[in-house]
Design a protein around this ligand. Structure first.
Ligand SMILES: Nc1nc2c(ncn2[C@@H]2O[C@H](COP(=O)(O)OP(=O)(O)OP(=O)(O)O)[C@@H](O)[C@H]2O)c(=O)[nH]1
Ligand SMILES: [Mg+2]
Length: 335
């Protein structure tokens, strides 16, 4: 069964009530968070489909579709691949109905994503786990750390935060407020203290006191500022010296920055291994295709997705719920 039909069955309102309730809670965050993107993506495809309802499907149709995908920030390479495959299938299967073509489009978006679901869980390794959080200014690092700490706290894990953003005045206080709100411990340093020393203190305390997870917040840094990027490499070295196992680096990308986010990821990837990406502020953009572009161009998996400002608005990335959130009207309209 293609993904289109699968999504329709999985999320359709007609589904049995018990299962629906379970699925709905997760889906409603995606649904709400992707509203703007859906408006831009599904609605435009619906309009295009109407325009071609009784017309022959020609190059103009595929050009318009290509434009919609690119403007939704799906990335040039991902878009060109998909459109090429779609043109081929349309010819081969002699499709003439725009609805059938839309169905194939959604199937292809799914198949081309090449999902790696091995990281899509909240499992921790035995012993201490260290999560180093990096990204440019204002992308949502500190807020995402709070959301992740909250997820693990709710699983009764022992979580420590390390406020290694000693660069921006107020950054430590911001993390302290989150820590006390969530009820997790925090290690801080003074303003302008070497951030790697705060990271070191955090990891040492966490090791000594048997924490499950220490999350290290860092200052926002532009990818082209080499001194700050060097500092990041130093933080990483110091952490690894103290805790060589179970260290993961998470890059945060703000969805509203569009293709610039892809450039940021490339620069950070050159400096340190990025284990996975969290995309924030999906609720604030109409260009939700950025997830598809990141995967295609960087092959770094997306683990979490930020769909709003509250603690509950961080979800493990769910490709089904995401595609459904992006394409809901197209799927529901299929009668
Ligand atoms: N709407 C929305 N806002 C978000 C999301 N994630 C973070 N924010 C907001 O983005 C703003 C910046 O968040 P921070 O967590 O301070 O970002 P930061 O990367 O730590 O910033 P610096 O430390 O200054 O580099 C805050 O107003 C957050 O509430 C999200 O998923 N959706
Ligand atoms: Mg911050």
């Amino acid at each position: 069964m293609g993904l289109f039909k699968f999504l329709k069955e999985k999320f359709s309102k007609k589904k049995e009530e018990k299962e629906e309730k379970l699925v709905e809670k997760e889906v409603s965050s995606y649904d709400k968070g992707l509203e703007k993107s859906r408006e831009n993506f599904s609605k435009r495809i619906s309009i295009l489909n109407k325009k071609f309802k009784s017309r022959k499907i020609d190059d103009e149709f595929f050009n318009d579709l290509e434009e919609i995908l690119i403007e939704a920030d799906c990335g040039v390479s991902f878009t060109l691949n998909i459109i090429e495959q779609l043109v081929e299938i349309t010819k081969k299967e002699k499709l003439t109905d725009t609805k059938e073509i839309t169905e194939k489009l959604i199937d292809l978006m799914f198949e081309n994503y090449k999902l790696d679901d091995s990281i899509l869980n909240l499992d921790l390794k035995d012993g201490l786990n260290v999560l180093l959080v990096v990204g440019v200014n204002g992308v949502g690092k500190t807020t995402t750390i709070a959301k992740i700490a909250n997820l693990y706290k709710k699983q009764n894990k022992k979580v420590l935060l390390a406020a290694a953003d000693t660069f921006r005045a107020g950054a430590t206080e911001q993390l302290e407020i989150w820590a006390s709100r969530i009820g997790v411990d925090i290690v801080t340093g003074s303003l302008n203290e070497d951030p790697s020393s705060v990271a070191f203190k955090g990891v040492s305390k966490a090791k000594k006191e048997n924490y499950d997870l220490v999350i290290v917040d860092t200052a926002g840094r532009l990818q082209n500022k080499s001194n700050l990027m060097d500092e990041l490499a130093k933080i990483k070295r110091v952490i690894l010296k103290n805790e060589p196992d179970n260290v993961e680096n998470m890059l945060i990308i703000d969805a509203t920055t569009g293709q610039n986010g892809v450039l940021q990821a490339k620069a950070f990837k050159e400096l340190i291994d990025i284990n996975y990406i969290t995309i924030t502020k999906m609720d604030g953009t109409s260009k939700g295709g950025i997830i598809l572009a990141i995967k295609e161009e960087l092959d770094i998996p997306v683990k979490f997705i930020g769909l709003g400002e509250t603690l509950e608005d961080l979800k493990l990335f769910d490709l089904h719920a995401y595609l459904y959130g992006l394409c809901k009207e197209l799927i529901e309209d299929d009668e």
